[in-house]
Ligand binder design. Structure first.
Ligand code: SF4
Ligand code: SF4
Length: 73
């Protein structure tokens, strides 16, 4: 099981990660970060396959794909 860690200090809410996720495992959260943007979050649909494309595409290095339980930095 994979999850994603979002560093909310860096995420700017550009959606590059969500629109390019090949399994539609990511969506933008309803809540706001301290920066006032909607961060991506993993949908609870078990679709994330750990491909790390979102991590590679994020222009702000705000995503880390890992295994186990996720936390928000
Ligand atoms: S690609 Fe990076 S900066 Fe853009 S929404 Fe995703 S995590 Fe945030
Ligand atoms: S690791 Fe791959 S499947 Fe998982 S959320 Fe990122 S892009 Fe989507």
């Amino acid at each position: 099981m994979h999850t994603i860690l979002i560093d909310e200090r860096w995420c700017k809410g550009c959606k590059l990660c969500t629109v390019n996720c090949p399994t539609r495992a990511l969506h933008m959260a309803e809540r706001f970060t301290k920066r006032g943007i909607h961060p991506p979050e993993l949908a609870q649909n078990g679709r994330c396959n750990g491909c790390r494309l979102c991590e590679l595409l994020c222009p702000d290095f705000a995503i880390t794909v890992t295994e186990g339980v996720g936390v928000h930095l």
